[in-house]
Ligand binder design. Structure first.
Ligand code: CO
Length: 205
């Protein structure tokens, strides 16, 4: 199996070099991606592929069910590097329909460590129980919860000291929420974008 993977890698690298001579030598010198993508680990939602982007165009952090835990050193390190070193100004939190992590969070079964990881989704499901009850069927309820989880992720990224500091010092970064449909391959904007001044506006209300 691994041998097959390595063979495919050789084919891919050779083809890439044949199509664009010097491709790897160019890419090896630096990266300047425009987007930072926070998505689910699900093998069917690879950031580059679904967004139609080449290597070098998107910086990526993925975890089970694209959850933003505010003390997750892995996510925070990637976020800090994205904002402060790579100077990325467009951050995307992308959830997806049919998410196994969201499903696990809605089940009354023990999943071991994953139950700790998925706790924020259970909390969301409790907070939005009335709205979720209006959805027609279990699948629709879970998909709605996946949307709410991505929207919550946008808020949580916006609340990090990294984004707060960036906005305070006049950096124009925006954080977007998207949802991906496994059944149609389409990304949808959840219209929950936040940018500079977001929290000032909220405080003023
Ligand atoms: Co998922």
């Amino acid at each position: 199996m691994l041998g097959h993977l390595l063979e495919r890698n050789v084919q891919w690298a050779d083809q890439k070099n044949a199509d664009e001579p010097g491709y790897f030598a160019r890419l090896a010198t630096h990266q300047s991606p425009e987007f930072f993508w926070i998505g689910c680990s699900d093998s069917r939602v690879p950031a580059n592929v679904v967004a139609g982007l080449d290597p070098g165009e998107v910086f990526v952090h993925r975890n089970v069910a694209n959850i933003i835990h505010s003390a997750d050193m892995n996510m925070l390190s990637a976020l800090e590097f994205a904002v402060e070193t790579l100077k990325i100004r467009e951050i995307i939190v992308c959830g997806h329909f049919g998410c196994g992590g969201v499903k696990a969070a809605t089940e009354d079964l023990p999943h071991g460590l994953a139950d700790h990881w998925l706790e924020p989704i259970r909390r969301l499901a409790r907070s939005y129980a009335v709205d979720l009850a209006q959805e027609n069927g279990e699948e629709a309820r879970r998909d709605k919860l996946a949307e709410l989880n991505a929207i919550e992720g946008v808020r949580r990224v916006a609340e990090t000291p990294i984004l707060q500091h960036a906005w305070r010092t006049g950096v124009n970064i925006r954080v977007h929420g998207l949802i991906y449909g496994l059944k149609d391959g389409r990304l949808r904007d959840l219209d929950c974008t936040v940018g500079p001044g977001h929290f000032n506006e909220e405080a003023a209300q």
